[in-house]
Design a protein around this ligand. Structure first.
Ligand code: FAD
Length: 406
């Protein structure tokens, strides 16, 4: 009792026993994106009568499963501007939350093993520089200096010919990002309801009017859908279609080691990316599983394939143990760019198509979606990301920078 008196506020967020029958807005999905939108709606627009509904637990989707690479060295002007704004927001986030996010700027190498990859890296460097992003093509000796443990010959199979180097490339503690946004939203009055699944969305005369959940019905004029790999199911509830297809994306972590790897290293040709956390674990990922599947099961095939490629780059790791592996459900779009903003249904807003690249965008998605929900106007940074672009053939070709590289 004495402890409770000293700490009347919970460490993170309150448990709410009951849902109210109506809210000003409902956010479906308590991943980073949904929670960030709730946070900025409350903080910047004074909208606090909001329920964030989560079918599992806070941050249990892709937010808590991702490999946390943060960067802005994309290929299209729309992408570069969007991710650059996110990088700017990341800088103050820990202070905003008063919570350590373990945000750590490491530098990011995207290795090129072929002439055509070198050309793409040069192209990206030029686009990036045009928008003021620190990004340059570097020679193998510079890679060796930053990463002396790397075998630049890759066992003779695919020698490294150069790399795109992006100094602001960073990593962060993913759970803490969800907790920080969740706590900040809760403290401003937003209700977070875990174990509450949305089963249906009510639409009348082209307008959202409410949602049906496993804990009862709610009336609301605004629904923000931020459910990553579950987007196709939610869109079915309102009769919308998108070209999103869902593939598993897997990752794994090694036992902790002394710090030896400063930068983040990515190889599109070897389908590998790796960084070392503050705890010393190597966090490793590969490209998507090559089949469409709505599942978060991880496979032996993935570990074997990724380990083999890791050893091509870092042969000295052959005795290091893998301690965990897992998968998330990536909501992929044909052009590797997101789908954001208003939809044909009034009051139904979408934040989706974040595939394998959405963690780094969490702050900017929260900011821009909050603006869009509060004002019912599409934020200028996301005008090119509308669902309509697939009808109008106005795609945002981001594949050259968004694939295995994240
Ligand atoms: P999520 O965190 O998935 O949250 C959606 C939530 O919606 C879930 O918690 C889910 O339970 C809930 N939900 C679904 N349906 C319902 C319903 N009917 N009712 C209520 N709740 C519902 N991105 C990067 O930028 N860098 C990386 O290095 C990176 N690596 C990745 C590695 C892996 C293995 C994976 C899987 C992804 C990676 N990503 C990366 C992508 C990134 O994780 C996602 O794009 C991002 O986390 C999406 O956040 P979100 O909040 O939209 O979705």
């Amino acid at each position: 009792f004495a402890l409770a008196k000293q700490h009347p506020e919970p460490a993170m967020f309150r448990h709410r026993d009951r849902l109210k029958p109506n809210y000003d807005a409902v956010i479906i999905g308590a991943g980073g994106h949904g929670l960030a939108a709730a946070y900025y709606l409350a903080r910047d627009y004074g909208m606090t009568d909001i329920a964030v509904l989560e079918k599992g637990y806070l941050g249990g989707g892709n937010t808590g499963r991702n490999t946390t690479i943060i960067r802005s060295n994309y290929l299209t002007p729309e992408g570069v501007k969007f991710y650059d704004e996110s990088l700017r927001l990341w800088q103050d986030l820990a202070q905003d939350f008063d919570l350590n996010l373990f945000y750590s700027t490491r530098g990011h190498f995207t290795l090129a093993h072929t002439d055509s990859a070198v050309r793409t890296m040069r192209w990206r460097a030029e686009v990036n520089k045009h928008f003021g992003i620190e990004s340059e093509l570097v020679e193998p000796d510079e890679i060796k200096k930053a990463c002396p443990h790397m075998d630049l010959t890759c066992g003779g199979k695919a020698p490294v010919m150069g790399a795109l180097y992006h100094a602001p490339g960073s990593i962060a503690r993913h759970d803490a990002v969800a907790w920080g946004y969740g706590r900040g939203a809760d403290r401003r009055g937003v209700e977070i309801h875990q174990q509450t699944e949305v089963l249906g969305i009510q639409v009348e005369s082209g307008k959202v009017t409410g949602v049906q959940t496993t804990r009862g019905n709610i009336s609301t004029p605004r629904v923000l859908c931020a459910v990553a790999g579950f987007t196709p199911r939610l869109l079915q509830m309102v009769g919308l279609r998108s070209p999103i297809y869902v593939h598993p994306l897997q990752a794994m972590v090694s036992e902790p080691m002394k710090p030896w790897l400063d930068p983040i290293v990515v190889s599109g040709s070897l389908h590998v990316y790796v960084s070392q956390t503050a705890r010393g674990e190597l966090v490793m990922g590969a490209s998507l599983d090559p089949y469409e599947l709505h599942s978060t099961r991880s496979t032996l095939d993935f570990v074997e394939g990724l380990a083999a490629h890791m050893l091509e780059l870092f042969p000295f790791l052959s005795h290091v143990k893998v301690v965990r592996q897992w998968a998330g459900m990536a909501d992929m779009t044909p052009d590797f760019a997101p789908i954001m903003g208003k939809t044909a249904i009034a009051g139904f807003y979408l934040d989706a198509g974040w595939g394998t690249w959405g963690f780094k965008a969490t702050p900017v998605c929260g900011k821009t979606m909050a603006y869009t929900v509060a004002s019912d106007r599409t934020h200028e940074l996301m005008t090119k990301f509308s669902l309509e672009r697939f009808k109008n053939y106005a795609l945002v070709g981001e594949k050259g920078a968004a694939s295995v590289g994240h």
